[in-house]
Design a binder for this molecule. Structure first.
Ligand SMILES: Nc1ncnc2c1ncn2[C@@H]1O[C@H](COP(=O)(O)OP(=O)(O)OP(=O)(O)O)[C@@H](O)[C@H]1O
Length: 645
């Protein structure tokens, strides 16, 4: 699927077999060229979607929500429109439609053959519908967003059987800082599948990106680069936007791909000078801007590669010498910044983590279960210089003691009974160049702790069963919900290892200690139900604020996910009736004992009133009322009895 050769479409027999194995036992059948599809199916399975039958919860934006989403993407829509019309001309009379979706998978606009549009409406392929994988499983729009790559999803590759009549091809659209803006898609009847559509859609998405680039950076200096002079001005050119001080403030996908080896990555846009990637001093650049020429000039990249360049000076000249000050605009919010929703303890942890990014200092994350230690560790990896290298996570508590050594250090062929014939490199070597995350390190057996210590000291690993030691280089992040200092004092954790892994200890706060619950809840809801504008009912928000949340962010996230699934498509206020039973009970039980800000809000009374109203609205049909309230019939009987008492 993603980026795979189009010729490698899955055969119906393989699709049937792979789907059966995944749905029945969660097994993944190897399918060369189909890894992207399998990843997407696994995600769809993880979202709990039934692959057949009706999908009740797929959201659809109201007219007002659609208008808001369209207004937010006005620039994208206006540049996409002519390109979509061009694409529609190419695919006219082929029973298909051209669609633009935003970065949450909400369909913003569509052009199509009337006949096909009618059929497509039946699977909600119309503006306002949300085709995020979370709601519709594997589909070109949702999967292109998830994989951030152009994809074809054809017939039975769709996760939901009801979409099997479609063939869909989608390509992501990103802005000049690499931010995902949306997706361009061509969907049609599966019998009309044509392998050229992928190239067509990719080129069309690139056309939109170039139009957006020129609009956004038209006032400043732009460099158009290509290995051939004739390639300048085509869709395969590299585009760079440069600030007056010499900072690269925009780059297209082509530039990021080709100049990545010189240090230009998406996260560096706004923070890297142009002379890092081009062998070009500020004086020469300044001179060229004073004497602009439409003829391409020959130029060398930082690594000596020759390219042709056209320089478009714009209205602001670049300065003669680059300033050493901060970039004019810091345009990127990295993964660590995404975790900041205003809590001072989290902000302190993020700031301290930033200080050690890229340095050979091991991080130890501590905190109760579910506070987000793994999420934090991933963000550290994604925000640091090793972000393009492997991320390898090992849960030390989940591995049986007998296997943990082999898993970590690898083994030679025939090292022990049951070992794989060819041996295995081990997770530590898999992390080469990247980050190794050892979760629940407090649960690591003492013998294994000794071996790990040697690896960390010597920076080389010897596989079980002998063989030559292999040098390894990785950043280390460990996590534990236990206090490792206590474990060490109790003799369960080696002192020397403790001091080796805690270059910096960060204690992540429990949810009840955080001051950002409303903002955190809001951002979780926006991610769980994109585009639906769901908010907590005020009385529920107060109850949330007074709760202890023993399961921390994991518990909050799971509760919100279930609640959103229980909401009707047109509901936007998440209330008591949408909560999972056990949480509603815990929250009601909290209320009397807590001095919650608005003590006049008798939560139990409100819950009882909601139940009474719902039962009345269902004309006494308790099964229907229980369904609407999202609780079991038994719980409803019990609640009615207590309310009457
Ligand atoms: N910043 C966040 N925003 C949204 N959800 C989050 C965040 N951090 C954690 N979560 C949610 O909480 C879940 C648990 O997070 P994570 O696995 O990182 O916790 P943990 O502290 O490592 O837990 P454990 O100690 O049990 O391994 C995640 O799967 C996610 O659903």
């Amino acid at each position: 699927m993603a980026a795979s050769p189009v010729a490698a479409r899955a055969t119906p027999a393989w699709l049937r077999e792979a789907r059966r194995a995944l749905l029945e036992s969660g097994a993944v059948i190897d399918g060369p060229g189909h890894q992207g599809l399998l990843r997407s199916w696994q995600r769809s399975l993880g979202y709990g979607l039934p692959s057949t039958g009706r999908v009740a919860d797929a959201p659809h934006a109201s007219a007002a929500q659609l208008q808001r989403a369209q207004a937010a993407q006005r620039e994208l829509m206006s540049h996409a429109r002519p390109v979509m019309e061009f694409l529609f001309e190419q695919t006219r009379d082929s029973d298909s439609m051209v669609i633009l979706a935003d970065s949450q998978g909400m369909l913003l606009q569509a052009l199509g053959d009337a006949h096909f549009v009618n059929r497509a409406e039946r699977v909600a392929l119309r503006p306002g519908a949300i085709w995020h994988e979370q709601w519709r499983g594997t589909n070109a729009i949702g999967t292109a967003l998830a994989e951030q790559a152009a994809v074809v999803v054809h017939g039975g590759e769709h996760y939901l059987a009801r979409n099997g009549f479609l063939t869909c091809t989608a390509a992501p659209i990103v802005d000049s800082t690499g931010r995902l803006l949306g997706v361009l898609d061509v969907s049609g009847d599966h019998r009309g599948y044509h392998p050229h559509t992928l190239g067509l859609v990719r080129s069309a998405a690139r056309m939109i990106e170039h139009r957006l680039f020129d609009t956004r950076h038209g006032g400043g200096l732009r460099l158009r680069l290509h290995s051939q002079a004739e390639g300048i001005g085509t869709l395969t050119e590299m585009l760079l936007a440069v600030s007056p001080e010499g900072w690269i403030v925009g780059a297209n996908a082509q530039a990021l791909t080709q100049l990545g080896s010189l240090g230009l990555h998406q996260a560096d846009i706004g923070q890297i000078m142009v002379d890092r990637v081009l062998a070009l001093d500020a004086d020469t650049l300044h001179g060229w801007c004073l004497r602009p020429s439409s003829a391409p000039r020959s130029l060398k990249l930082g690594d000596g590669r020759a390219v042709w360049a056209r320089i478009e000076p714009g209205r602001q000249m670049p300065g003669r010498a680059p300033l050493s000050a901060k970039p004019a605009t810091v345009v990127h919010r990295d993964a660590l910044a995404e975790l900041d929703s205003g809590d001072p303890l989290m902000q302190a942890a993020i700031t301290r983590a930033r200080c050690v990014l890229g340095k050979p200092i091991a991080l130890l994350l501590q905190g109760e279960t579910g506070v987000g230690k793994e999420v934090f560790a991933r963000a550290v990896h994604a925000s640091g210089p090793r972000r393009d290298a492997p991320w390898v996570a090992v849960n030390c508590a989940a591995l049986p003691e007998s296997l943990i050594e082999a898993e970590l250090f690898g083994y030679r062929a025939g090292a022990f009974t049951g070992a794989h014939r060819d041996g295995a490199p081990g997770r530590i070597r898999e992390a080469q160049g990247g980050t190794l995350f050892l979760d629940e390190i407090g649960d690591m057996p003492l013998a294994v702790q000794g071996r790990l210590l040697r690896v960390l000291q010597e920076r080389q690993v010897t596989p079980l069963g002998g063989g030559k030691p292999v040098a390894v280089d990785f950043a280390l992040i460990c996590a534990s919900h236990r206090r490792l200092r206590d474990e060490m004092q109790a003799g369960r954790f080696r002192e020397d290892l403790y001091y080796r892994i805690n270059g910096l200890i960060l204690q992540l706060p429990a949810l009840r200690e955080r001051q950002d619950l409303p903002a955190l809840t809001e951002s979780m809801l926006a991610r769980i139900a994109p585009g639906r504008g769901i908010a907590l009912a005020p009385d529920l928000a107060r109850a949330f604020a007074g709760h202890r949340w023993p399961g921390n962010l994991r518990q909050l996230h799971n509760a919100l996910q279930t609640a959103c699934a229980l909401m009707a498509d047109d509901e936007t206020e998440l209330g008591w009736g949408h909560l999972p039973d056990d949480l509603a009970e815990d929250l009601s039980a909290d209320a009397p004992s807590k001095a919650v800000a608005d003590t006049d809000a008798d939560l139990r009374l409100q819950s009882d009133q909601l139940i009474t109203r719902t039962v009345q609205a269902c004309a006494g049909n308790l099964s229907e009322a229980a369904r609407r309230l999202g609780i079991s019939r038994n719980t409803l009987y019990r609640k009615l009895k207590t309310a009457a008492a």
